[in-house]
Design a protein around this ligand. Sequence first.
Ligand code: MRU
Length: 350
Amino acid sequence: MGPGKTLWYDEQDERIGYIDETLLPESFQTAYCSTIQELGNAITTLAIRGAPALGVAGSFGVALCTRTSRATSLALLLEEVKGHAEWLRSTRPTAVNLSWGIDRVLRAVVTAQTRSEAESKALAEALQVAREDAMTCHQIGEHGAALLPDDCTVLTHCNAGALACSEWGTALGVVRSAVAGGKIVRVIASETRPLFQGARLTSWELLQDGIGVTVITDSTAASLMRKGEIDCVVVGADRITHDAVFNKIGTYTHAICARHHAIPFYVAAPLSTFDPSGNERDVIVEERNRAEIAGYPGRLTVPDTVPVRNPAFDTTPLDLVSSIITECGVYSAPYDIAGIAGKHTKTFTG
Ligand code: MRU
């Protein structure tokens, strides 16, 4: 189920393949990055997006520059790769997975004794990150499915599906696993202004699977909750610090409305999204460009002289979160974010 792999490493041609998400739902097209600069561009334009997918992209990116470098010694190679990795890290600062994926492969590369060992270690680790991501999403799905009623309507925001991961998805992984287990699940996808990841991507990928989905404007959600038409909210996350959940702008509004209407609000995220030492106030929330609000789609929507604010993410305090669904299980308040994050090393060692 789902659109298949969202991104992959093409070893034969030393390039990264991906589904170009800027073109969906009008057109399904795959594309390739042969350089780290092309990868950075695909990330900043949101052709590749979603926290877990950014983790895989970061790991593939370090593998790509390790394997395509023309550096003449191991020392020069490491210097070059580290420089490119720092630049790639800066392309999207909020989702911690990008840095996490980059660091996974960097840690493998710096242990190499020779250039060819660096190349093979980089690729092996990057492919392992991608495999783990797929496995993790299925585990999140299994754990989260148990929380959903047998017949229910789930509100989700943005796209936390297969298109945001290497496959299956986190929030939509929960939906997919519940459906695979025989539950009847209808999804309400909030459109997710200004770039419409809910309207364009969530609806598209659920349509491929034959899972019923209806798109609403972001501001319709509260009214549907009031009418009793939403049983629970399931969203993904870009970063979970010890005090807050960062996710697509608009998530916080859904969390407040869910609390007001006594509707469970679930966050589904892999442990690679956890940043236990991070504080809400220290994390850079990406401010995207004016054109996404004032000139989208293709016409002037705000007078030229009127300022806009376009933060890509917001933060939801943990006390509004009913449970966090991870590959290691489901956690409820009071949250020990550091303790949960510490389980990561136990999950994938060996
Ligand atoms: O700006 P985007 O499209 O990368 O934002 C994505 C989100 O906010 C997702 O909800 C989040 O990354 C979780 S994806 C499993």
